[in-house]
Design a protein around this ligand. Structure first.
Ligand SMILES: *Cc1c(COP(=O)(O)O)cnc(C)c1O
Length: 431
C-alpha cells in the first residue's frame, strides 16, 4: 500500500469507500462489550447476509404451500434451481457458464473431479500437491491413490518451501513439474494456501502441468470470492470451491465446480454418475444408460439442495451488486495493505513475530498469516477480549482476513491499535 494511503485516516477511507454500504447487508456478531466485533474470520466462515433469511423463508413458504409441486410452481422453480446460480458463478471464477455447476460440498466435489482427472497408469501415476495442504485435501488424495491400488507414499509428491522460507516459489513448482515429467498424472493444489495465505500463479502452473501431459486442478476454497479468477483463460482443467468462506453462503454451504470447456463434450470421461448429471431433456424418461449433460453439469449427482442454494443465490447477488471481483479486489488490497502496515509498524524482530504471507499483493488474497513465536495464544486471546475475531492455527499462527464486503478501514485500525497495546504492555512488563 502506498504511504499516502497508509497515513489517510480510516474514517476518511470508509467515508469515501464505494463498497462501504455493503457492511449494512451483513449481521455483525457482537463482541464482549456488546458492540459489533471486528470480524476477521471470513476465511473460515463468512458472515450472514441479511438477505439469507428471506431467501430461505421463500423456499419454506413454497414447500409449505406447494409440497411436491414446488418443483414446478415455486417462484424459484426448484427443478432448475441450480441453473439460476450458473451465470453468476461463471463470472465469479472467470468461466463460461457451460464450465460451471453448483452442487454438493467441497470435499465431495474434489473426489468427483479426481475420479475423472486422476487416472493413474503404470508409468504416469504421480499426483503433485502442496505439503501441509488442508487436511481434507490430503485425505481425499490419499484415498484416491489407494482406490487405484497405489501406495500414497509413492503416488503423492508434496511441494515444500526452501529451507528458511514459508511459501513456495513459482519457479520451484515449475521445476518439480518438469522433473516429474511423464510420471505426473495430475497437479492439485490450492488457489490460495489456507495456512500461509499464499496465492499461486495458476496460469503458470497450468501451463507447466500441460507441458508434461498432466491434468491441472485447483482447490479454490480460499480463492473463490477472494481473488479475481480467470479459470478459462488460465486453461485450468478442473477446480472446485466451497461457498461458506469468502462467499458468505452459510455453514456447510454448497460448493462450486469448474470443468474446462475442452471436456464439455466428452461423455467418455470416467466419472461417477447420478440422475442430475443425465441429459436433462430425457432425464424423466428414467431409462437405462447414462448420458451426461454437456459441460460441468454432467458431473451432477443429485437434485438441487434448495436451502443452501437459496442462501448462496442471495450471497452471489451481493457480490454482483458490489461490481464483482474486480471491485472487491481493489478494496481488498487496500485493507490488507493497511493491516500489513500496522503489523510492520510494530517494529518487532522476526524472532518474535513475522508475516508469513507473501508481501507481493499478486501472491496473496486478503488473508495475512502472522507467525507469533512467543505468547501467540495470549495475543490471540487478547484480541478476542477486544472484540477482534481472528483465527488460530496450531502451532502458532494467527490468521487475519479483512473482507472487502463487510470489513471497514476502522476495523483494520482496531486491530492495529490492539496489537500496539499488547506489545507495549508486554515491553512494559519485561523492562
Ligand atoms: C475449507 C476447506 C475445505 C473444507 O472442505 P469441506 O468439504 O467444505 O468441509 C477443504 N479444503 C480446503 C483447502 C479448505 O480450505
Amino acid at each position: 500500500m502506498t504511504a499516502a494511503l497508509a497515513s489517510t485516516p480510516a474514517a476518511h477511507l470508509d467515508a469515501t469507500d464505494p463498497l462501504a454500504a455493503f457492511r449494512q447487508e451483513f449481521h455483525l456478531p457482537a463482541g464482549p462489550n456488546g458492540q459489533p466485533c471486528a470480524y476477521f474470520c471470513g476465511n473460515s466462515l463468512g458472515l450472514m447476509p441479511k438477505a439469507a433469511r428471506a431467501a430461505a423463508e421463500q423456499e419454506f413458504d413454497s414447500w409449505e404451500r406447494l409440497g411436491v409441486e414446488g418443483h414446478f410452481q415455486a417462484p424459484s422453480f426448484w427443478m432448475h434451481y441450480h441453473d439460476t446460480l450458473t451465470e453468476a458463478s461463471a463470472r465469479l471464477v472467470g468461466a463460461l457458464p457451460l464450465e460451471v455447476v453448483v452442487m454438493n460440498n467441497l470435499t465431495v466435489n474434489l473426489h468427483l473431479l479426481l475420479v475423472s482427472f486422476y487416472r493413474p497408469t503404470a508409468t504416469r501415476y504421480k499426483i503433485l500437491m502442496e505439503g501441509g495442504a488442508f487436511p481434507s485435501d490430503q485425505y481425499a488424495i490419499e484415498s484416491q491413490a489407494r482406490m487405484h491400488g497405489l501406495d500414497p507414499a509413492e503416488a503423492i509428491v508434496e511441494l515444500v518451501p526452501r529451507p528458511g522460507e514459508y511459501t513456495l516459489r513459482t519457479e520451484d513448482i515449475e521445476a518439480k513439474i518438469a522433473e516429474l515429467g511423464n510420471s505426473l498424472a495430475t497437479v492439485l493444489i490450492g488457489g490460495v494456501n489456507y495456512y500461509t495465505g499464499q496465492a499461486f500463479d495458476m496460469a503458470t502452473i497450468s501451463r507447466a502441468g500441460h507441458a508434461v501431459g498432466a491434468y491441472v486442478g485447483f482447490d479454490l476454497a480460499h480463492a473463490a470470492g477472494n481473488l479475481a479468477l480467470h479459470l478459462h483463460d488460465w486453461d485450468v482443467d478442473f477446480a472446485c470451491w466451497c461457498t461458506y468462506k469468502y462467499l458468505n453462503s452459510g455453514p456447510g454451504g454448497t460448493s462450486g465446480v469448474f470443468v474446462h470447456e475442452r471436456f464439455a463434450h466428452r461423455p467418455d470421461l470416467v466419472r461417477l454418475a447420478g440422475w442430475w448429471g443425465h441429459d436433462a431433456s430425457v432425464r424423466f424418461q428414467m431409462k437405462k444408460g447414462f448420458q451426461p449433460m454437456a459441460g460441468a453439469a454432467g458431473w451432477q449427482l443429485s437434485n438441487a439442495q434448495i436451502f443452501p442454494m437459496a442462501i448462496h443465490r442471495a450471497s452471489l447477488a451481493l457480490v454482483e451488486r458490489a461490481g464483482g471481483m474486480a471491485a472487491l479486489r481493489r478494496k481488498s488490497e487496500q485493507l490488507t495493505g493497511r493491516l500489513e502496515s500496522h503489523i510492520l509498524n510494530l517494529g518487532l524482530p522476526t524472532s518474535q513475530l513475522e508475516i508469513i504471507t507473501p508481501a507481493d499483493p499478486a501472491q496473496r488474497g486478503c488473508q495475512l498469516s502472522v507467525l507469533v513465536h512467543r505468547r501467540g495464544r495470549e495475543l490471540f486471546d487478547f484480541l478476542a477480549a477486544q472484540g477482534i475475531i481472528a483465527d488460530w492455527r496450531e502451532p502458532n499462527v494467527i490468521r487475519l482476513a479483512p473482507v472487502p464486503l463487510y470489513n471497514s478501514f476502522e476495523d483494520v485500525d482496531r486491530v492495529g491499535g490492539a496489537l500496539a497495546r499488547f506489545f507495549s504492555e508486554q515491553s512494559a512488563v519485561n523492562s
